[in-house]
Design a protein around this ligand. Structure first.
Ligand code: TYM
Length: 512
């Protein structure tokens, strides 16, 4: 039963035009526990912070995955002192218990951080520990006297269900050397999650996925080992992470077959990745290719992993994995988590051609992690550009056309840059920082960019980033014994977990 406190609040919000739903749960204080029980993640929840700024109290609404910048709020309000309200002060202002703060706090000024609007549907407090408020973020603009502000740092973590996720899984195909897209979109996330020490991390070279499109056995044999070496050179620690070849754990294939009983052919045929691959290799429209996403679901779920560091292109596959987890749990009573993506800043690295994403299968689109300075320079030199001068159009309203002051990234606001130039700006931000990007964007619309110089500096910055990796890589590649031991040890540890899951599924499906 929903209590009176929440019902009363829901009514007030509805009267203000903020449509809402009240979701019931156990009596919980921590946002992480609430979202986990409701089947959401901390990405979806918004906290109301009551703060004291000089002599006044204010409310600040921010996404739970963001961090407040005290400096920014102080600057915005022009105050000297800023702190979080004490529990007594919180009680006095809100007349509510800690952990139940609402979006609407009558009597004090409310600031909403702009990242709140990055999620369409959001969750927040109702005034009660046993229920949660859900509404459209846009509707919060109807709250009286609110101000939208930019007072949080970058979203740092996309964390799921902290309490229940114990494992992380990800994989890369063995179709060639790793490129910057693989590194920034995936491997950086592998490292980040390994570093937290909170999860058991399993990182795989998905060699069986590599045979779902045309391949050459000798190349595959060489390539798969190269990726293990890349993982180690990138900094993965085999003492902390389990590093494996997919084919060393045949249970992945076994579980995939069981999973295939709950997925339809039609659903698989509609996946964008499948259609793309069929277009690329029309003569190789095989059953293995159609089964690709099911094997991927099996890779993840065999370890009951809840968090998967991959680029944004893998989202449709993760949706399939979640679907399979739900169906298996419903039909057979298994306890598979619904895995979510762990995103890095480089979740979508553009192609050097300016069209689409960086990809192994598109020539001239990528920079390999093993490329030397000369190769990088040659590749960056080929990125298509323009005259370098100002076709971004007039600045939007409220922005001074002479200085273009007052915005984060010019390209986001004006958005009329040719795609090759946009890709260069993206790389500048990733390897030389946001300030440098802003600088180039500014001269692009004023004095003009000299691409020769820009490309030279960018190539050097990319190489400087890759050099330590390449040096470590050369050493590891020589140590055959060490690499063999990592692969052997990984397989042994992974097999234990995989066998257990397969045993459980066989029992529940009536095979045992
Ligand atoms: P694969 O081998 O195509 O790519 C490996 C990883 O690199 C990321 N990636 C990118 N990220 C950002 N920008 C880019 N341009 C870019 N290009 C590639 C991919 O998103 C991916 O994270 N299906 C997977 C392999 C796989 C897997 C799994 C992954 C099989 N089973 C289980 C996770 C969990 C794939 O094809 O990755």
């Amino acid at each position: 039963m929903i209590d009176q406190i929440s019902l009363g609040y829901s009514k007030i919000m509805t009267e203000m035009g903020i449509k809402n739903k009240i979701l019931e749960h156990d009596s919980l204080v921590e946002a992480a526990d609430v979202v986990a029980q409701l089947g959401y993640t901390l990405n979806d929840s918004v906290a109301t912070l009551i703060m004291k700024a000089d002599d006044n109290f204010i409310a600040v609404l921010r996404r739970d995955v963001t961090k407040i910048s005290f400096k920014k709020i102080k600057k915005l309000l022009g105050v000297e002192m800023l702190r979080i309200a004490t529990p007594e002060e919180f009680n006095k202002i809100t007349e509510l218990e800690i952990g139940t703060a609402r979006f609407y706090v009558p009597g004090i000024k409310t600031y909403i951080d702009k990242k709140v609007f990055g999620k369409k549907t959001i969750l927040g407090g109702t005034g009660s520990l046993t229920s949660t408020f859900q509404c459209q973020s846009e509707d919060l603009k109807k709250l009286p006297g609110i101000q939208v502000v930019d007072v949080t740092s970058e979203i740092e973590e996309v964390v799921t269900n902290l309490k229940t996720t114990k494992r992380v899984f990800s994989g890369i195909r063995a179709t060639g050397r790793l490129h910057l897209g693989n590194y920034l979109g995936a491997v950086k996330g592998f490292l980040e999650l390994e570093k937290t020490g909170k999860y058991e991390t399993v990182y795989c070279v998905v060699d069986i996925h590599s045979i779902t499109t045309p391949f050459k056995p000798d190349e595959l044999r060489a390539n798969k080992r190269e990726i293990i070496i890349d993982y180690l050179a990138a900094g993965l620690d085999p003492k902390k992470s389990i590093i494996i070849y997919q084919s060393d754990i045949p249970e992945h294939i076994e579980l995939a077959f069981y999973f295939s009983t709950v997925e339809t052919i039609a659903r698989m045929m509609h996946l964008p990745t499948y259609k793309e691959k069929v277009k690329q290799h029309p003569q190789a429209n095989t059953m293995a290719l159609l089964n690709y996403p099911i094997l991927m679901a099996s890779d993840i779920l065999i370890y009951k992993a809840g968090l998967v560091p991959v680029g944004i292109d893998q989202e449709p596959h993760l949706e399939v994995a979640r679907e399979i987890a739900r169906k298996m749990n419903q039909i057979y009573g298994t306890d598979f988590p619904e895995p979510v993506r762990f995103a890095t800043k480089g979740e979508y690295i553009p192609s050097l051609t300016g069209e689409g994403k960086m990809s192994k299968s598109v020539e001239n689109s990528y920079i390999n992690l093993t490329d030397n300075l000369d190769e990088i320079k040659k590749k960056i030199a080929k990125v298509p550009t323009d005259s370098g001068k100002g076709i971004m159009g007039p600045p939007p309203k409220g922005i001074d056309p002479k200085t273009y002051e007052g915005k984060e990234k010019y390209s986001e606001l004006v958005g009329k840059i040719p795609s090759g130039v946009a890709a260069l700006f993206e790389f500048v931000e990733l390897f030389q920082g946001l300030e440098k990007r802003k600088y180039y964007e500014k001269i692009y619309i004023t004095t003009g960019i000299k691409y020769g110089q820009m490309k030279q500096e960018l190539s050097e910055a990319i190489f400087a980033d890759l050099k330590p990796f390449q040096e470590r890589r050369a050493k590891i590649a020589e140590d055959t014994k060490y690499v063999d031991e990592v692969i052997r040890d990984g397989a042994e540890r992974a097999r234990k977990i995989a066998r257990e899951t397969v045993q459980e599924v066989k029992e529940k499906m009536g095979l045992l």
